[in-house]
Ligand binder design. Sequence first.
Ligand code: AMP
Ligand code: GLY
Length: 425
Amino acid sequence: MHILLIGSGGREHALAWRLSQSPMCDKLYAAPGNPGIAELATCVALDPADHGAVEAFCREHHVGLVVVGPEAPLVDGLGDSLRAAGIKVFGPNANAAILEGSKGFVKDLCAREGIPTAAYARHSDKAAALADLARFGLPVVIKADGLAAGKGVIIAETDAQAQDAIETMFGGGFGDAGAEVVIEEFMTGEEVSFFAISDGAHVIPFGSAQDHKRVGDGDTGPNTGGMGAYSPAPVFTPALEAEVMDRIIHPTVKAMARDGRAYSGVFFAGLMLTDQGPKLIEYNCRFGDPECQVLMLRFEGDLAQLLLAAASADGLGAIERPQLSPDTALTVVMAAKGYPGTPEKGGTIAIGDIGGAQIFHAGTALNGGQLVANGGRVLNVTAHGQSVTAAQAAAYAAVDAIDFPTGFCRRDIGWREVAREKAAG
Ligand code: AMP
Ligand code: GLY
């Protein structure tokens, strides 16, 4: 089978790495890919927004499966266009990708189906939103309804901040994404990312991970796309997973199918483990980045076979739960100085002896054969271990073998679990 992978980040490099190992994968294309992916796939310049061009490429190159990495092409309906042309796609249609594309849609779905989540209100009128704030108390969470590149969530500690957030959103500060806002009760607890794969009717658990969103050690500084992750998340016990499948994932799959929005692809559920049990923070319609990198390191099956099954009607009916290795995978994001603001471009990177670690390229380019930084998040240095402590040591040993003078990373990825492992002796 010929496979076309859409995307260019560390998530897509990790997917390309596993897809290229599949006995089913005869030829892998990536659009646009990156220098790391180029070692595994043929990179092609295709604009995912040009559905006709993607379709024509698939026909010409006999592509049997398109794997879409990022959310934007899915929300934009690339899945619909390719399916209409008879091409199999891993990733939902636009009317199902709305689970990521509209936060208000998800909240209404949760309310209708009794899925545990934070109390909320949707508003498309500024005055009504401001008037509604008081009943939520503080802190309060204000969200732009649509896609805002991960920046559309403001946790307001004071009334002034909450009012300001609403003013900014309705004032166009987040573009069209803020034409509607969601006000949410602030939940407390530990956050976990959970992944499940669906063909629209069946859904199977994939695995859990924990991300580190803040740019600085000790979870300080501004939010980022994620500075590191590990999998599994030991706090997410098999009992919690069963509860989440039962109370959150299965009801979602059922409701979406019933409403003519059958969801085929990966569910990325952001969960808060609260005193009242796990609650849904949000859905994403794609793998997490960098969560995907640690999941792929642990994945032991045939990825092309699994994603093809998810892309086929009833394809997952006969498939066993994917096997992930029982040990821990941990990834450290090396970013370019300036990230999450404007990152320094062009800094040179030299990779030394990284032992058994795996490096996924997130934002790199080749400049006359020299590997250089070409984005905010640049490399994902990923390693295995018997414990989070061991995986962390292996990942940082590899980080220390990389010469990247204009780069930086957090030095404490996995800190919660390392502290727990230490306390447990
Ligand atoms: P989201 O983009 O919806 O994942 O939100 C970004 C981050 O904001 C989440 O990862 C949480 O840390 C935080 N967050 C979002 N909603 C809530 C909430 N209702 N209560 C507490 N924290 C939240
Ligand atoms: N790492 C969080 C995300 O992919 O949204």
